[in-house]
Design a protein around this ligand. Sequence first.
Ligand SMILES: Cc1cc2nc3c(=O)[nH]c(=O)nc-3n(C[C@H](O)[C@H](O)[C@H](O)COP(=O)(O)OP(=O)(O)OC[C@H]3O[C@@H](n4cnc5c(N)ncnc54)[C@H](O)[C@@H]3O)c2cc1C
Length: 363
Amino acid sequence: MITIVGAGLGGLTLANVLHRNGITAVVYDADISAASRPQGGMLDIHQETGQAALQAAGLLEAFGKLTLEHGDAMRILDKTGAVRMTHDGDGLRPEIDRGALRNLLLSSLRPDLVRWNAQVTGISREASGFKLSFADGRVATTEILIGADGAWSRVRPLVSEASPFYSGISFVELRYLDADRKHLTAAALVGKGLMFALSDERGIFGHREPNNELCVYAALKVPADWSRQPISRDLLHQHFHGWHADFHEVLANSDGDLVPRSIWMLPEGHSWPRTSGVTLLGDAAHLMSPFAGEGANLAMIDGADLARAIIAHPNDIERAFAAYEATMFPRAREAAAESAAGLELAFEANAPQAMLDFFTPKG
Ligand SMILES: Cc1cc2nc3c(=O)[nH]c(=O)nc-3n(C[C@H](O)[C@H](O)[C@H](O)COP(=O)(O)OP(=O)(O)OC[C@H]3O[C@@H](n4cnc5c(N)ncnc54)[C@H](O)[C@@H]3O)c2cc1C
């Protein structure tokens, strides 16, 4: 039996492609149920990675029906509120609500194969594989173990001593319901898809979501423990001192709580020697900052590639894992470098100039 820890986008893509090819895998997840935690945020799904993975899972057509029209439109502003660049979007990287994508992946799996409320708290190596201990005292054993359990993976220590380090950037998430009626300033700033307002080594990023909702991140270069203090609107106003009044209106008037999200990453090029019976995918393998928009896409293509490697080597899991890792390591290294460069561009002193240059065709 193949055991996957983590029913995120990566683990579920793996389970789907295996299932479609007649191979059963059980997936354990700490969440109480599929609906227990808001998944939040929009994801742009790239052709070569996320869309290719959905194709392998037989879900590309269904995905197309769930995407947000014009969600890939983009505008770049500066702190004066001046719009420095607009892009209408070309539909090549369609945007989808993260929860809708997870539900799509769940919809084609046998429900009994995804075990909710199963938080793995310990893993030990046994003579014939691995013993997993769960928070409620249950145990399970498996010969083949795949860690798809995200940033703070419990499986990762079996293959690597690496652990995530703070990127230097923390986000505060703000949400706006019924935005086109109740939050006109935020709706105008965000536009049809994505908005990046950058200046003074900080940013306000926004994107449109289904149901006339907006998500905005206030992004700050602050110490790792900054988000442990109570985050107030006053604190945000102070950090954006000198920014146009429209941004302050947006910071003042969101719905619900301010949710801090500090950004962590694994070392660029994180890899490990082939380790019998176990491998990792997605954030567990290569957590990176979101400035290349690749994390979810990579998790999904990792899942699809790993499934294809297992299908190609049905009786030799070590060859399958080695083939998968040989593809995954360089791909993740490249994306991590891209995301580190994106972070630099966004938070440099004369932003958004470098970002504008990046998007301006050369020659
Ligand atoms: C603010 C922000 C914005 C982002 N924007 C984008 C974007 O635009 N595009 C993009 O491609 N990526 C984006 N990302 C990155 C993306 O969210 C991740 O890379 C992606 O979710 C990784 O998928 P995963 O399946 O590897 O892990 P996860 O989605 O983290 O899933 C891991 C699963 O494992 C479960 N789990 C964890 N620990 C245990 C345990 N001990 N026992 C059992 N289950 C466990 C969790 O409940 C979870 O369901 C963003 C990230 C952040 C923080």
